[in-house]
Structure formats: structure tokens, C-alpha cells
Design a protein around this ligand. Sequence first.
Ligand SMILES: *Cc1c(COP(=O)(O)O)cnc(C)c1O
Length: 860
Amino acid sequence: MIKPVATVDVSPNLPPSLERLRELAYNLHWSWDHEAMALLRRLDRDLWEETEHNPVWQLGLIGQEALEAAAHDEAFMAHLDRVCSRFDAYMSNEARTWYRRQYGEFDQPYIAYFSMEYGLTECLRNYSGGLGVLSGDHLKSASDLGLPLVGIGLLYEEGYFHQYLNADGYQQQSYPINDYSNLPVQQVHNADGTPLIVEVPIAEVMAKVCVWKVQVGRVPLYLLDTNHTDNPDDVRDLTDRLYGGDKRTRIRQEILLGIGGMRLLEALNIRPMVCHMNEGHSAFLALERVRVMMQENPGLDFWEAADICAAGNLFTTHTPVPAGLERFGYDLIDEHFPYLWEALGLTREEFHDLGRENMGGFDLFSMPVLALKLCHATNAVSQLHGAVSRTMWQWVYPEVPEHEIPLGAITNGIHIESWLSGEMTGLYDRYLDPAWRDEPDNAAIWADVERIPDAELWRTHERRRERLVSLARRKLRAQLQARAATQAEIEGAREVLNPDALTIGFARRFATYKRATLILRDKERLARLVNDPDRPVQFIFAGKAHPHDHPGKELIKEIVKTAELPEFRHSMVFLENYDMSVARYMTQGVDVWLNTPRRPKEASGTSGMKVIYNGGLNASILDGWWAEAYDPSLGWAIGSGEEYDQEEWDLQDYIEAQALYNLLEDDLIPSFYTRGRDGLPRDWIGRVKSSVKKLAPFFNTYRMVREYTEEYYMPSHARFQALVQPDIARGKAFADWQNTVRAQWAKVAIVNVEVKPEQIKVNEDLNVQAWVNLGALKPEDVEVQVYYGPLDSRGQIVAGEALDMQYCGPDGNGRKNVHEFSTSLAYANTGRRGLSVRVLPHHEDLADPIHTGLITWANK
Ligand SMILES: *Cc1c(COP(=O)(O)O)cnc(C)c1O
């Protein structure tokens, strides 16, 4: 190997009239503007494909003659003008965005969004799957809505792996190297032109970290990269691979993301009010935030600063599978954090406790536990996932009824324009109110899909199915060639699949709980379906297994082997290297999107949402988003939402596979193939229209990011701001109050409760009186509540309601520190009811008293 004496970045030499192409290429706005993509494709169709839709690289490769020719092509220049005016209109329209209209102007972004991965477009391979695609769509909608938000992540030198299969159908991985100078990323510099470097402590080393920026419409995304020549090799290599390396690499990547991310914002002069942790990977940011606050306000101790900072932290959890959580051994904590516990004024033991999770016999440091403790807002990503998460995390909130655990739910969505085919975009432009792009959560707009003539909707969808089939044939041919298949097999790829047949797609990560092979369980029955000459069905599969997930790889192999059998050869394909481009082709072209997770392990899922907007239908287990979206008029449910214990999984697979075949045979296939005299499947098209009408207004990131803004960003911002501005006096008072309440709480006790009368009729008043010993606390420091509801078979109150009691004054019998509270309530219907009384802390700056961990119940 030769070490260069100098490196240069060579950039394309564009004719002046094409200069704006450079600007367009570096703003990912093109990735959700079909006109812009058409322009880039028009520049050189082959290069566009070869560069995996990377305009920066394309401009670097394109010949000077081709550029000159484009500059002299009037039609091309007119197209460029059109794209530039759309882009300019988008960028200059800030004042009219939803956020600015609601909340006004801002100088600097103050919401910082942290994620380990971002799926923005296929050429930026900074994502592995759904989590990344969600982050990417979040940023795009934040841009559309005009949010004051910046994204923070890492830039990986090797993209997430490229998947190919060996002759045996077993997954192999290769890691393409990213050349940053040929990606839509730009290094961030200081005012003096030198590269911006952020310093981040990684064990003994002060790592020098470079910063790159990706412009996503109006929103900047900053990515950190440790490949700086001054760093020791193991630190330089830290950002080699997304989720690469061992646990030590992982904790270091998470230190970079959380602590490095906060230091980067400081270097950019951005003081976030709200820090959003998209999954627990970035939770160390909360500690850095506290450290800075303590440094700037010498009077504050750790818990005081943590209580204030928590008001501005939001944690979104993404996995209902306990094994999928990020946890570290204490050796790694001891290796990396002595400096930090010292700076935070904590002992090693206290620091350890911040993330402590008992694993049955030993403890680990758990990132979600750290996040739950240091964020006063937490949410799951679908309603069902919210319920599952509250059960899963109940141990963190002892004595709190499950439904009161402060963990909400905002259901995921997708960024519509990024996932919608050009053909469907055109159809919506013709028949819907133009506001479908700007306010897609408006149900009235989508109701107009009824105005799209059935024939036109069907033709548009059929065109996309044909394009999917031809992509599948092309890809299969290339796959077979690479695998050194016989000439006959390669030629055979031309004839797989039928552009007119009912096409079912299944593509996602090959985690075993997603049960990709459920449909293969009874191959004879399946063979009859796919070989029905009048009503054939065909399947397209895609997806990557994690490099260490051998059971996942076995599932891929089983699909590939099945697809090689004579009875399936024409009707089943596995497409290698699932990425955002393959995902678009599939979700835009399939008739049915199949999803068979083992409930309730799918937190949300988003791929099925992409299908809604493109006129396909969903057939899925009632899990994740589908559990709240399903309705018989607009798709299919496999089973009825049953959950099974692990010992019964085989039985469950049997039952649910049968349910799936029955549904295909009895409803889905007949609906698709029952055609009118005009050849149209009326029943099917009716379902498609229902699906768009009922689901399109909701399952998008426009609605999702608005909900994040209204339910979390703005309230957190207001609370945090009140605590720290104009100075930290109010925050300090709040923190002192919390300290006092914590110190005194052990003395709080409910001395006596009286309920009269013992028997009542419906709508009669029941009077409840309670005498509470508050120790040194004042009555206004607490909320005394009646908690009441129906009883379960073990005599416990289930899903009770809380009712505040009124303060009546000090105890009539003069008992010291005892105060009397009372209220009355009535029951609207008959039955056996239970009630209890409890005391919680109360303060106007407290988002939810449950976060204090203080709750005292009356005991009998
Ligand atoms: C949409 C998308 C996902 C998310 O898929 P789910 O299985 O529904 O969570 C994953 N990977 C890619 C490439 C996607 O485009």
C-alpha cells in the first residue's frame, strides 16, 4: 500500500447554465420530487442506475460532452427550470408551513433528533431497516412542516451490507466502501475554512471527530465520523460499520452519537430545548446534557440538573422484544465513564444504578432504563406497542397501575411523496384537491379517491405491477449470472412471473419472529394455488438477515430452495439486496402485502403503509399498526389477534398458516379474479378505495410529526424553557422542591380512610374522607386522590380512575402533621367496586407525578 503525500477532491466542471444541478444534487429534496428524479435520469439514464440513483456521483462521472449537450438541449433546460422553480418555491415557502403558522418564527433550530441510522435514499446506505427509514421519513416531514429541527447521526464508512446468495441460497455479505466525496454529504467547516472537529472522550483517548452535513429539504442532518488521522486506529475504525463490531464498538458508537452529538450541537451554537432519542442508542446524551448544565450552574447537584433536563428529553422506544434491547456489561461502563461520574458528582455505584436492569442472577446497564429515568416523555410506536411496553417496563414504576405508566404511543407513518409511484402521484394530482401534498391528514381530501374512475385506477396499478415483474426478471437474471447458473436457468428468468397474475409481496428483515416462511408451511396446498391456470397467484420475497442471524439466513435459503422447485419456479422469486429502491418497486407494484409476525413482536411496521397509498391491499396478522388499521372493508386479518406462549408456537404456526390459506382461497383470490364485463375487479377496487380513504389520512409522517410536535415537542419545550429562562431560578426552585419531597416522602402515610355509606344505589353520592400524615410537606405539595374501579377475580382494582380529593384542613383531633381530605363520587352503573386512596407529589412544573417514583397508597 502506498500512502499518498496529498489528497484532493475532484469535483465536476459544470457549464454555468447547469450550475444549479450541483445544488439540487446536494439537497435530498430531489428524493421526494418525481420531476427532479426524472430530470436526473434524463441526464444519463445508465449512469443514474449505475450510481444507484446518486446525483452527486453521477455528476462526477458524466462526460463533458454530455453536459455540453444537455446545456444546449432546450427541452432539458426547460425541465431544469421547472425543477429549480419547484425547489425554490419549496425552500422559500417556510412562512406558510404548518409549524410557522402555528408557532411562529425561530432563529435557531431547537429540537434535536438523534438516531443511529437514517434511511433517506438508497445511495446513502446509512440504514439497515425500518428504524432508519422511519428516521429518514421523520426528517422529510419535519422539513415539509417547517419544524425547527436538526438530525444527528453517524456516517459509516462502509454502508450497511450488500446481500447476495451463494449457489446454495445462503446469504453472503459484502461491505461497499462509501467515498464521501461522491455522496450527497458535505464536510462542515469552521468560519476560517478549517474542518470542524469535535472532541469526544472515548475511554483514555480524546477522539477527534469530523462532521458531515446532509441537507434534507430545509432540515440539516449532521453525521459524525471518527476517521481522523490523529486518532489511534481502533478509534478511527469506530464508524466503519452500522451495528458492526462487538459490544465495545457498540458502546463507543453510542457515546459518539449521544455525547458527541451534544458536543457537536454546542460547537454549532445550537442549544436544543428538546432532545428526541429515537430508540435508546442515544441515551448517553442525557448525561452530557446534565454535565453541561452542572458546569454552567455550579450550585446544582446531579439530580437537580437531571430533573430540569428531563423536562426537555423525549425517548421513543421501538422494540417490544426484551432480547432486542441495548444493554452493556459493567466492565464497559467502568472502562468508559469514570470521568463522567466524577463530573456528575456521582459514585460509581450511583452511576451504575442509572441503567441497572436485573437479568436474573446478574445485572446489566440498560440503555432504555437510562432513557426512562432521564426523560419526562416516553412513547411507543403503535397503540398495541404502547400497551405491551407499559407491561414490559412496569418494573421501573413500582406500585403504579399499568395503564398509568407514563409511556404514550404515537403510531408510525411514512413520508408519502417518498414512497408514492410517479404514476399514482399523477393520478392524485388529477383527481384530488392539490392540498393532498400539503395537508395529507385531511380526510376530506382523500374521500375524493371515489372520483377516480375504476378503469383508470386499475390501469395505473397494473402498469406498476408490470414494472415490478420486469424488475424481478432483470434482477433474477443478474442474480443467476452472478451465481454461475446454467444458461438455461438464466434464460428461464425471462419467463418467471406473470404480469397479470395476483401478486403478493413479502419483504422485510429476516428476523425469525416475522415468520417469512409461514406461507410455505403446506407446500402442496400452496402449489395448487400458484398453479391454478385460471386464477394464478405469485410471490415476490426480499429481505436481509442480520449477518449473525443464522436462523434468519436459513429462512432465506428455504424460500430460495422452494422457488427452485418445478411447481414454484414460475411463480416465486427471491430478490437479493432489499433496499429502499427494491422496497419502492415492491410496495408500488404488489396487489397484496403480506405480513406474518408473531404478535405482539412487531412494534409498528411501516412497509404495509407504503402499499396503502399505491393502491395495494394488506393481509396481515393483527399486530403493530395493522391492529389499529384493519377493517374488513379494506384488507385482511390473518387470525384474530391471539397471542401464544412459546411452548405453543408450533401450534400457532399451524393455525395461522391454515387461516392464511383459507383467506386466500375463500376471499382474496375470488375477489381479485371476479371481473365485470369490462374486465375490472369491482369488489377489489372497492377495497382499494376504502383502504386509501380510511387509512391514507392517518398512516403518514405528516400526521405523525404533527403529533410529536403537539404532544411532546411543544409541551417539553415550554416546560424546559420555563425552567431555564431567563435564568435557572425557576428550575432550581423546582429541583429543590423535588429534592425536599424525595427526602420527606418516607414520612408520608395515609392514616385513616372513611367511606360512607357502605351501600349505595346508582348515581347516589359516596363520601370518602382521608387523613394523611404529610410529615414536613405542605398540603399543596401533594395530590391526594381516590382511585376507584371494577374488581377482578382476585379482588384487585383494574384500570381504575383517579379523582382528586379536596383539602379540608388540619386534622380535627390535632394530630401533628395530619391533614384531612375529602370528596364524593357516584357510580353510573351497578356492580362490586373497589376504591383506594393514594398520595402523589404535586407541582406545576412536573409533567407527570409518576416520574418522581413517589406514590403512597392506603393499606388495609
Ligand atoms: C419500509 C422499509 C422497511 C420497514 O419495513 P417493516 O418490516 O414494515 O418495518 C425496512 N426496510 C426498507 C428498505 C424499507 O423501505
